[in-house]
Every structure is written in C-alpha cells, then in structure tokens.
Design a protein around this ligand. Structure first.
Ligand code: ZN
Ligand code: ZN
Ligand code: FE
Length: 764
C-alpha cells in the first residue's frame, strides 16, 4: 500500500526551541518516514506513512513549550519511498525567520545544577534545548552552533553524544556545554582592600566579597551587572557614590518569590510575569515594613525586582556554603543587580571593557569566557506595561497585518530604539539608550547591522524625528536613502495604531516631557486627530516657561516659580514665602530666576505635560530636582493618596487649538497648602484634575468629529494612577481606548510609530 508524501512548512518561533527533536520523536513514535530540517523560513517536514493525520494533530497540540506556531502549510506530493526518519542539516534560503529571545534556565537544568551526582553539578553554563542564551549569542541565522559565540568551544565526547541523540533533552542544543568542554568563570580583584578573597572557586569568592559589603561586576547573559548586597546600607550608599547615581532606583534580584513577597505586595499577574521564562524586572509596590534601605529606590513607592534567570544567578544565591553555617538557606535575600554601564552609556558586555570601564565602581569582577555578541539589558515591566522592552522579548516581531515594504524608523534620542519592518512585521530593537554619546551611537549601529542581517532586511527608506538637534535625526539625514520626518507625538500615536492595526482617524493623546513641534516649539500634551497620513493638533495644555531651558528641567522649582509668576500676574514673591521657597532657595536665586522669565532667549516655552507634574512636585515640596528623567513626576505619583475623588478647577479655552489652562488648579493648590492639606491629598487631587481635563477634552473632540477610537501614548502614561483611570473612564463614556501593549508608552515606541507611518505612505 502506498501513502501520500506530505510536505509541512511550519512558520513562527520554531528554531532553537527544541522543535526538530520533538518532530523527530513524534514521527518515529508514529512510524512515519521522512525528514525534518531548519530553513530560513522556519521548519520544513516531509512525512510518509499511515499516521500522517495523527502527526498533524499532535504537531499542534504537543508542540514544545517555547515554540510559537504562526502558520502550518501543507502540500500533498507523490510518495518517494523514504527510509526511516532523519534530521537534515539546516538550509539557508534567504527569507525571514525569527530568532528566539534569551530564555531563563529551565527547571530540568536547575535540578541538575544542584544535584551533586550530575556531571554539571554547580556548572554555571548549564542549558538545554528548552533554555539558555539565544539572541545574545547568535551572530547569524540559522541558529546553529557555528553561528553562535559557542563556536570556539569544542564539545567533549559526552556532550556531543547528547547533542546527537534525538531522545536527549540536549539534542541539537546549540549552546550545550559541560565543565570539561564549555565556558568557564574567572574572578579578579581590583580593590586591594579585598586581597585574600581570591583563590578559591570564583563563585564562592564573589559571594564572600559580596557578603563583606563589596561591589562585584558580574558578567551576565546580555551584559554586565553591578551587584552588591541590597540589605547592606553602606554597600548601597557606596555604589550610589561610585556610580554617581543620586536617586535613580536600582534593580534588585531575590532568590525566590517568597522572599520578594517579604519586601513587596505581589499580585498573581505580577508573580506569573516574574516566574515566566522571560524574567523581566517587575516594578512592585513596596510594603510599609520593607526592611531594605531607602537608598535602593529613594522616594519611590515601587521596587524593581527580578528572579534569577541564569544558572550563575542561581549559584550566587544557592552555592553551598563550605563551612556548613546557614546551610540550605540562600546566601542573600536580595542583591542589587544594576546595569553595568557608565552613567548614560550602554551596558558593557566585554571582559576587557568591563575591567577597565567599571574599575572605579567594582571591587572585583566575576567574569566568563562565553562572548556576548549582542548586548541586551533587562526588560522592565509595571502592571502589564513595558517600561523597557529588551531581554526575553527582543528580537520578537510585532505583526502588522498586511505586508509592506522594508523601512527603518530610527526613533527618538532618549530611550532610543529603532524599528525595522519587513513583510507583515515590525521588528523593534532592544533598548539602545540615550543617543547623546559616541558609545550609544556605536551600539545603535552594531545592533542595526545585526538585526538587518538576522532578518535579511534592506530598508529602502528611513523615518526619523523632526527635531533638528536629535543625533538620531542627523544620523538618518546622513544615510543615502529616502527619508521622512515624523512629528514626535504623531509617532507616539502611530505606535499604538501599529500595535492595534488601526488606520482610520483616531483621537490621539500624547502626553510626555518634550517633543519637537511643527511650529518649532516644545510640545508634550497633544490631542491630535490623526491617521497615518497626518494629523491636526486640536488641543494642548497651556505653555509653561522654562527659565534657563535645560536647567529648568533638571531643577523643576524654576518652572514652579515661572508658573507662579505668570498665574499671579507677576506677584509670585507674595506666595513664595508661604510655600517655603524663600527659605529654601534664598532671595537672590529666586530673583534671578524671575528675571530670566522676562528674557525669552533664556526661557523657552513648553506644553510638555511632564513639566506640569514637575512644577506641582516642586510647589508641594515633594521633590525639586530631576536627577533622572521623570524623577519629580514619579515622586509625585508615589505620594498620591488612594481613594480621593475630588479634583481642582481647570479652564478649557475652546479656541483653535483648544488650550487647557491649569491656572486655577495652581491657585487652589496654594490655598490648600496654606490651610494645611496634606501633600498626599493634594497630589491625588492634582492627578484627578489632569484626568478630568483629558476626559473633557476627548468628549469635546468627539462631539466635533464623531470619532470614538481613542489612542493614548507618551511617557506620562507610565503613571499608573493616570493611565488606569483615563482608560476606565473613557471606556465608561463609550470610547474604544487603545494604548501601548507591546512597546513602552515612553519614547521607546517612537521608532515603531515612525516606521509604521513611513511604510504606509510607501504602500500607497
Ligand atoms: Zn534547560
Ligand atoms: Zn562537555
Ligand atoms: Fe515622547
């Protein structure tokens, strides 16, 4: 009896996730003959035999946990008489295929890691087909060992036996290794104070040094971390000093969920996210009795936690103590694990660059010799919203629906990412960072080259921001390709449209710190009627003076003063004593700032919503400086009381464009401060005022246009107090509300919006 030959093409995330061994074992168990192989398009299978139908069913229902099938194409062909079932070498035919993001160590590997009978006992590079490094070590597709940084490690006898055995969990695990043949750790001490900690196992030396309050740079999966014991207040303070990082929160790692729950409130959804194989940093609400020093995240209601995701992380926590003391308990309850970089520069990923660049920060270095090809920072998530989308998520593609041309969006200058498109997909890069330095620009270019080659994309046009001072804009202008300049807030709105597949006109709300407007002013509180062809600015918040420009953004009390001067008709001095400014800043400085306000050349104006938050944070005395982006706004949100429903008056001027004027809001805040209302209450009422203003404007725009699709984006929507309530109230008013789900609401989404707009124009 003859059977048809069936050719099956599986597309999606099917490489480097154990798909071929799964197919191999399934086919053999069903007595099917044929082959399976990786191609650049996905996985191709041909089978002959009577159980082909069962095979197809089980292919879908039993697929490996890490795989993600997008489509299965089936073609019937005449029988050709295969003998047995084989795995054929990978074939490269030049079309698209996703590369898997890096994945946290799996439970099977973890139990081997801590099993003293296993040959990989305590081996920090243990991995298998279901876990381990991917994107960070892949130089080219297809994902095969010679195309990764594992190329230099020749497999030992035992490892290659596993690698070739289809029944083994490490069958074709490209990063497979063992203590005999694989990468190794090393330990270097830089600070002479810690001499004497050297000599034993690298990992136990690092643990001892950390326990003694030292700071250790640890080479990780996508780059270096700088670690110290988070419970040691002096170590945390020292790290802040050495890293010259005043207030920006540090990310932390705890050994398990129970320990995290001791420090923070954790919802079920947050716990799911933390234990997922993507292992992002999740921002969690701090418990009132949290024992960690305030220095881990000053004036912040949230703490950023992640769980160990590499075998090395697990060993830092669970490496057995030789002396038996504290046996069974983790070595630490909490480690600071902050990115190993110099202020605004990208994360460091090479041993030499680290031991030189981080020498002033770290007392010692825990290194290894498996190269990181593509650096990728930890991802950060807060309540289902990305703050940063990197490790564990990149280079996953975002589906755009219809196919379109290949283009590049270069993004914004802060929190930069870029986005490539191809076919029906957008591929956003990992977090690149702040473009104002040479190292970041280099990182941008190396990542761009890498993603272009992994996905075989050759952009035919480039989109960039309109800001003439952006480095990203200048970089785009220097390329020999057709270009399109996209207004910053239009790009924010378009990024959500890309994620949701919207093309029709929407009411777009983009609230952020600053973006270059079409009139040359700084915008940042924009209510647009927009589609992919353009936009009209129908409303914005009142412009505020920034006395001293950039200086005012770093020192928001200057903005507060300028605002006070304007709202009181030049009578700010009457109020400043009342709100404590006079004592705090002194008459001299205050008069200087008030003089600056009169000089337009030193005092640009901005409609950035972020500046409003800055000013209120300063007036209420919550915080008066921004040592990192949105620090004052974060502190203001952190202090808002729960369960407050009232808001302050706000004046919407129905002109073209409409202007939302918060003068009355400020006057009421001043009154309440005089009458002794707590800043927690004032903060909540101020937040409510912003929300009410948004709802009123949207309803007005709806009555003008009839549009019911509302898009919200921009860094202000990282503020959960605002985002959640705006979302709920607009839905309650019958609007369809869309926000960024797969990209952060902040400037990281600009590149996606740019690319989507450009691609659509070219499609037409
Ligand atoms: Zn594993
Ligand atoms: Zn080996
Ligand atoms: Fe922005």
């Amino acid at each position: 009896m003859t059977y048809l030959r069936i050719k099956i093409k599986v597309k999606g995330l099917v490489q480097g996730v154990g798909f071929r061994p799964f197919v191999f074992n399934l086919a053999r168990s069903l007595d099917l003959r044929g082959f399976v192989k990786n191609t650049s398009e996905g996985v191709v299978i041909e089978i002959e035999g009577k159980n082909a139908g069962v095979f197809l069913e089980r292919l879908r229902s039993e697929k490996p946990a890490l795989s993600d099938i997008e489509s299965i194409d089936i073609e019937k062909l005449p029988e050709c008489g295969f003998e047995g079932f084989t795995i054929l070498p990978s074939e490269d035919n030049g079309s698209i295929t996703p590369v898997s993001p890096d994945i946290s160590v799996c439970n099977d590997c973890l139990s081997e890691l801590l099993d003293h009978m296993d040959r990989r006992y305590l081996y920090p590079f243990i991995n298998c087909t279901n876990c381990g490094p991917r994107y960070s070590i892949t130089r080219a597709i297809p994902y095969d060992r010679p195309n990764t940084t594992m190329l230099r490690f020749k497999m030992c006898h035992d490892c290659s036996r596993e690698y070739q055995d289809p029944e083994d969990r490490r069958f074709h695990a490209q990063a497979d290794a063992c203590p005999l043949c694989g990468p190794r750790l090393s330990f270097q001490i830089k600070n002479p104070l810690f001499k004497g900690y050297e000599g034993e196992e690298p990992i136990s030396s690092a643990i001892r040094l950390l326990k003694a309050g030292g700071i250790v740079a640890v080479k990780g999966l996508g780059g270096f971390h700088i670690a110290c014991d988070a419970e040691n207040k002096d170590a945390v303070t020292l790290l802040r000093e050495r890293k010259q990082r005043t207030n920006k929160p540090f990310a932390m790692m705890a050994p398990d969920m129970d320990t995290v729950r001791g420090f923070c409130h954790v919802t079920d959804a947050e716990a799911q996210l933390m234990i997922s194989r993507r292992r992002p940093i999740v921002l969690l609400k701090k418990k009132p009795d949290c024992i960690l020093p305030e220095g881990v995240a000053p004036k912040n209601r949230c703490l950023g936690f992640m769980l160990p995701y590499t075998p090395l992380h697990h060993l830092l926590f669970f490496y057995p103590e030789r002396d038996g003391e504290g046996a069974g308990r983790p070595n630490f309850r909490c480690l600071i694990m902050t990115s190993g970089n110099l202020s605004e520069e990208p994360i460091i990923h090479e041993n030499e660059a680290a031991t030189e660049g981080l020498a002033g920060i770290a007392d010692a270095f825990l290194l290894h010799n498996r190269d990181i090809f593509m650096r990728v920072d930890d991802s950060v998530i807060r309540a289902n919203f990305f703050i940063r989308r990197s490790r564990g998520y990149v280079p996953e593609a975002i589906a755009l629906g219809e196919t379109g041309p290949e283009v590049l969006g270069v993004g914004a200058d802060l929190k930069n990412t870029f986005t490539l498109t191809r076919d029906a997909y957008a591929i956003p890069s990992q977090h690149i960072g702040d473009m104002g330095n040479f190292e970041t620009l280099k990182f941008f270019e190396e990542t761009l080259e890498n993603l272009k080659s992994l996905y075989r994309i050759n952009p035919i046009a480039i989109a960039c921001d309109m800001h003439p001072g952006y480095y990203s804009t200048r970089w785009a202008e220097a390329q020999p390709l057709e270009g399109l300049k996209v207004q910053h807030h239009h790009a924010h709105v378009a990024s959500v449209m890309a994620e949701a597949g919207l093309k029709n006109k929407v009411i777009g709300i983009a609230l952020d710190g600053s973006g270059y407007g079409t009139d040359g002013n700084i915008w940042g509180s924009e209510f647009l009627i927009a589609d992919l062809n353009g936009f009209k600015r129908l409303c914005h918040f009142n412009y505020m003076a920034l006395p001293g420009g950039e200086m005012a953004i770093r020192e928001p009390w200057r903005i507060a003063l300028g605002w006070l001067q304007e709202v009181t008709g030049g009578d700010a001095l009457q109020y400043i004593e009342r709100i404590g400014f006079l004592n705090h800043y002194g008459e001299e400085r205050i008069k200087n700032v008030l003089r600056l306000v009169e000089l337009p050349e030193f005092t640009p104006c901005s409609s950035g919503a972020g500046r409003l938050f800055d000013a209120v944070a300063a007036i209420t005395g919550i915080t008066d400086t921004n040592t990192y982006e949105a620090e004052a706004a974060t502190a203001l949100e952190s202090c808002a009381a729960e369960g407050i429903a009232e808001d302050y008056p706000v004046d919407i001027k129905f002109a073209d464009p409409m202007v939302v004027d918060f003068s009355f809001t400020l006057l009421r805040i001043l009154e309440e401060m005089t009458s002794g209302t707590g800043r927690e209450i004032i903060s909540a009422r101020f937040h409510n005022t912003i929300i009410t203003a948004i709802i009123r404007v949207v309803n007005k725009l709806h009555s003008l246009t009839g549009i019911r699709d509302v898009v919200i984006s921009g860094g202000v929507f990282q503020n959960l107090y605002i985002a959640e309530r705006v979302f709920e109230r607009l839905k309650g008013d019958g609007f369809r509300v869309y926000c960024n789900r797969r990209m952060p609401p902040n400037d990281a989404n600009i590149s996606l919006g740019q690319a989507y707009i450009l691609r659509e124009r070219l499609r037409q």
